[in-house]
Ligand binder design. Structure first.
Ligand code: SAH
Ligand code: SF4
Ligand code: F3S
Length: 451
């Protein structure tokens, strides 16, 4: 008999990266297709689902706090279940499996990163027999993209082109919880992109832990540049991609930033460290010089490209000199945005076995010095937008002011603009409109809509 989840209500909490955000759209789509109703608040939900992240310790801790607090939240009036069903999936589900139930006994369902398609059956089983149901697989047999989807924004879509990762950076848990890299056949990617274009989607973000190594496991070894070309040919207005590993970024892809009008002029290129010694200990397989060479080529292809990066502070054995090399690199590149992380030890990774004796206060102080530089640079980088007219994809209105439009520039900057008199925000949602920039702050731009 086919499963029905009517009249259950559910809400999904998503932690972690875009892979999880994408998975949560599939979870919502699947459950809705079986008759369950999505709600915003846990108080209204018969089923609460977590898509979890374990990339740093803080993400782990957050889940435990959240799930524990559910114990004291009463069920809604008229709920068809006698106990709220709690399901944990994503990267912690994959890593811990059965152990999660030992740690959090009121959790009912655990699933992993390779089997989100099993979730409806696991929820139905827990509802019917009140027992624990754990299913974690070692490998994926298919892409979750084949499942129905309930996209967060109708005009923007995430499109996974690879899953997993083969790089084994020594600090990182991702290859252990997402498995080996698998590429999706090119025709399937293009077909999905075309469906989005036909449905009025304006922006597609191609996803993978390292999109640049796309295709190595496929017949004929199609390259990432071909994916970009084929997706561009669908007529989509905006293309972005994340994430790129510097060791695999090709000259061909770099060149496209100068020649492909719908490829947005923004690239996230995680450097992690500016010290060759640390890069080697991280198993990143590039040098500072190689990275800076890529930046030079990117700027030659498109002088106006916006660059962002990730940096880890306090990797085991990082010296003051290593840190200063990182600081200098960040200063030299002039990033629009830098995501800064303090190294977090992850059990089972090679770095967890390395001598790690830098005092906490020293790492904290380095982190703060880096953040100061990052903010200064983000502010400076935004100044060049003043006086320009920028195409902005309108995503909504400000939470604090319903008369303020909020959207994204081609460089992925957040842009605010007052809603012009006589226009309703709904008319502009999902449209790309010209905005003249009059204000440039550290984390956003302000301007007025050109009529
Ligand atoms: N595949 C992507 C992103 C992976 S996780 C990439 O390689 O760029 C996102 C970021 O988290 C990483 O770029 C890294 O900066 C950070 N990160 C990963 N593991 C970490 C750890 N153990 N401690 C601190 N930061 C970490
Ligand atoms: Fe982690 Fe490195 Fe893979 Fe990124 S490339 S997911 S940092 S192992
Ligand atoms: Fe976190 Fe898993 Fe993504 S560990 S960063 S949600 S791949």
């Amino acid at each position: 008999m086919p499963i029905t989840l009517q009249p259950l209500t559910f809400c999904v909490f998503t932690f972690g990266c875009q892979m999880n955000k994408h998975d949560s759209e599939r979870v919502a789509g699947m459950l809705e297709a079986l008759g369950a109703l999505a709600v915003e608040a846990v108080e209204d939900a018969d089923v609460v689902i977590y898509l979890t992240c374990c990339v740093r310790e803080a993400a782990d801790t957050r889940l435990y706090g959240h799930v524990s607090s559910l114990k004291n939240t009463p069920l809604r009036e008229g709920s068809p279940v006698s106990k709220r069903i709690i399901a944990i999936g994503g990267c912690i589900g994959q890593r811990d499996g059965e152990e999660l139930i030992e740690k959090l006994s009121h959790v009912d369902v655990v699933f992993g990163t390779h089997n989100i398609g099993s979730l409806p059956a696991l929820i139905a089983a827990a509802r019917d027999d009140g027992k624990h149901h754990v299913e974690v697989l070692d490998e994926s047999s298919s892409f979750s993209s084949d499942l129905p989807t309930d996209r967060e924004q109708p005009w923007a879509a995430w499109l996974p082109i690879t899953i997993g990762c083969n790089n084994f950076c020594t600090y990182c848990i991702v290859p252990y919880v997402r498995g080996r890299e698998k590429s999706r056949p090119l025709d399937e990617i293009v077909a999905e992109a075309q469906r989005y274009v036909d449905a009025g989607v304006k922006e597609i973000t191609l996803l993978g832990q390292n999109v640049n190594s796309y295709g190595r496991d496929l017949y004929g070894q199609p390259q990432f540049a071909s994916v970009l070309r084929r997706v561009s040919d669908t007529g989509i207005e905006r293309i972005r991609f994340a994430t790129s590993h510097p060791k695999d970024l090709t000259d061909e892809v770099i060149g496209l930033f100068g020649t492909m009008p719908n490829l947005m002029p923004a690239l996230h290129l995680p450097v992690q460290s500016g010290s060759n010694r640390i890069l080697q200990a991280m198993n990143r397989r590039y040098t500072r010089e190689h990275y800076l060479g890529l930046i030079e080529k990117l700027r030659a292809a498109n002088p106006d490209i916006a660059l962002s990066t990730d940096v880890i502070v306090g990797f085991p054995g990082e010296t003051e000199q290593d840190f200063e090399d990182t600081l200098r690199l960040v200063q030299d590149v002039g990033y629009h945005q830098v995501f800064t992380f303090i190294y977090s030890k992850r059990a089972g990774t090679p770095a967890a076995e390395m001598v790690d004796d830098t005092p906490r206060e020293v790492i904290q102080e380095r982190f703060e010095r880096l953040v100061d530089v990052v903010q200064e640079q983000a502010y400076l980088a935004n100044q060049s937008e003043r006086g320009r007219v920028v195409d902005v994809l309108i995503e909504g209105t400000s939470k604090r002011d319903a008369n303020k439009l909020v959207g994204k520039s081609p460089k992925n900057q957040t842009v605010h603009a007052p809603l012009p008199d006589g226009l309703a925000a709904e008319e502009l949602l999902g449209r790309i409109v010209p905005i003249e920039i009059t204000e440039a702050k550290t984390w956003y731009l302000g301007g007025t809509l050109c009529q």
